[in-house]
Design a protein around this ligand. Structure first.
Ligand code: ASP
Length: 451
């Protein structure tokens, strides 16, 4: 049994919905369908969720909402008309969109979430109606009925573990169940959304709850690419990734799936596949717990900019008990989260995201390092990028770093730092931002030129 989730671009128009119907009809194991709100039809278009944000802002600042209301309703009407759905569906959707203005305007932290959730909720109703009208017996289910109970953290809900038993009860339904993604209901009955892009999380929760054999996540690309297509022309898509590898790639800038979406499926030991609605016969990328034995060593190369490094040196640093703790205490006191800490004998660097710093915080760090920790030198280096080579099989393979370093040196990329965790899922290189593209190209050619 499979849980199948479709993203906004897969549901943006009637022609996309026809593909969705074919995909579900094509495999009787697809018993649960989780849907996003209608996304963009083209690059200039607006996502329904973004239009709902506008609607909320106009509503709460006492502006005229009519135009935005109409735009949203028309978005659904265009789809229902082209699909030849009954008029009652669009009437129900329109009423729901109008009724949002009956929600408390001030002082209720969940009103915003209720506006946003309307995008997925109405889309799920529309899609269930469309399936039924085309010979696929299906049923729309509200997250409350499905048992998706979440913490009361507006726009950042977390699933409550008690939900899973209730969700499991959906298992034996004879109809295809259509669930709106992106939100759950608190114990007090308020609608509360996950963070943006959170329909992926709902799909993962349902898959874990009903103990699906597979969680299929349909998007508009042939799976996860081995490198960013903006940098590498036509990179190949990765056939198989482990959850750990996916986490590393996502960390360094790959954003196909919502970060938190991996957790329920991972804990429930449910394999996941990312597929393309516009090319459903392509196998996509499978995300599994463990690779088969003969799997390639390096699966992907990711890069991300926006890093800074706090570099310090102090003679005999290695002998000073407590030095590292004191450095980290400086950061903790300023509420700064750090990412990596490569060290030498008498030097230490802390790599962090530049968004963690402000000019005032930078000054404070340098002051504390020189005055309190009495370092010999301290500086903050900006405009750095990290490049990650990812692959669990590197652990049992000699020479990956050598291949990478050779490729980088042949292309005159200066490696500023190298770091590898003991789990050896990835090797990280720090380079200057203006060498990031060159580095990714060099590494892609070194590891994937035969593909
Ligand atoms: N519609 C929501 C968003 O745009 C959630 C999702 O599509 O996953 O963030």
């Amino acid at each position: 049994m499979k849980v199948t989730k479709f993203g906004g671009s897969s549901l943006a128009s009637a022609s996309q919905l026809k593909k969705v119907l074919d995909i579900i009809k094509d495999d009787p194991e697809r018993r649960f369908v989780v849907v996003s709100a209608p996304g963009k039809r083209n690059a200039e278009d607006t996502k329904v969720t973004d239009a709902l944000i506008r609607y909320y802002k106009e509503f709460t600042s006492d502006k005229d909402v009519t135009q935005t209301q109409q735009w949203i309703i028309e978005r659904y009407r265009a789809i229902t008309e082209e699909l030849g759905l009954k008029e009652s569906i669009i009437q129900e959707i329109a009423e729901d969109i109008y009724d949002l203005t009956n929600l408390p305007k001030k002082g209720n932290p969940f009103t915003y979430d209720a506006f946003l959730a309307a995008g997925e909720n109405n889309n799920a109703k529309l899609i269930a109606a469309y399936f039924n009208q085309n010979g696929l017996e299906s049923r729309y289910i509200h997250p409350k009925e499905a048992g998706i109970t979440v913490t009361a953290e507006p726009s950042n809900a977390r699933i409550l573990p008690s939900s899973y038993d209730k969700i499991e009860e959906l298992k034996d339904s004879s109809e295809v169940i259509v669930v709106p993604g992106f939100f759950g209901v608190t114990q007090d009955g308020d609608i509360c959304t996950f963070s943006r892009g959170g329909s992926d999380i709902t799909g993962s929760i349902i898959a874990a709850g009903v103990k699906a054999d597979l969680y299929e996540n349909f998007t508009d690309v042939n799976g996860i690419f081995a490198a960013h297509p903006g940098i590498i022309k036509n990179p190949h898509s990765i056939p198989e990734l482990t959850y750990k590898e996916m986490r590393e790639l996502a960390y360094a800038g790959f954003s196909v799936l919502h970060d938190e979406a991996l957790v329920p499926a991972y804990r429930g030991k449910i394999p996941l596949v990312i597929k393309n609605t516009n090319n459903p016969n392509h196998p996509g990328t499978r995300i599994v717990l463990e690779h088969s034995n003969d799997h390639v060593t390096v699966v992907g190369i990711a890069g991300d900019s926006g890093f800074v490094s706090i570099n310090m040196t102090k003679y005999l640093m290695n002998r000073e008990v407590g030095f590292g703790r004191k450095v980290l205490q400086v950061l903790e006191d300023l509420n700064i989260s750090w990412e990596h800490m490569p060290t030498g004998i008498d030097d230490l660097s802390i790599i962090l995201r530049s968004r963690e710093l402000t000019p005032i915080k930078e000054q404070e760090i340098l002051k504390q390092l020189t005055q309190k920790l009495e370092v010999d030198t301290a500086e903050i280096e900006h405009d750095l990028s990290i490049i990650m080579i990812v692959g669990e099989k590197m652990k049992s393979q000699v020479g990956v770093t050598a291949t990478a370093a050779k490729a980088l040196s042949e292309n005159e990329v200066n490696i500023q730092m190298i770091s590898q965790g003991s789990s050896e899922v990835s090797i990280m290189f720090v380079v200057s931002k203006n060498q990031e593209e060159k580095a990714i190209k060099a590494l892609y050619n070194a590891f994937f030129s035969n593909n």
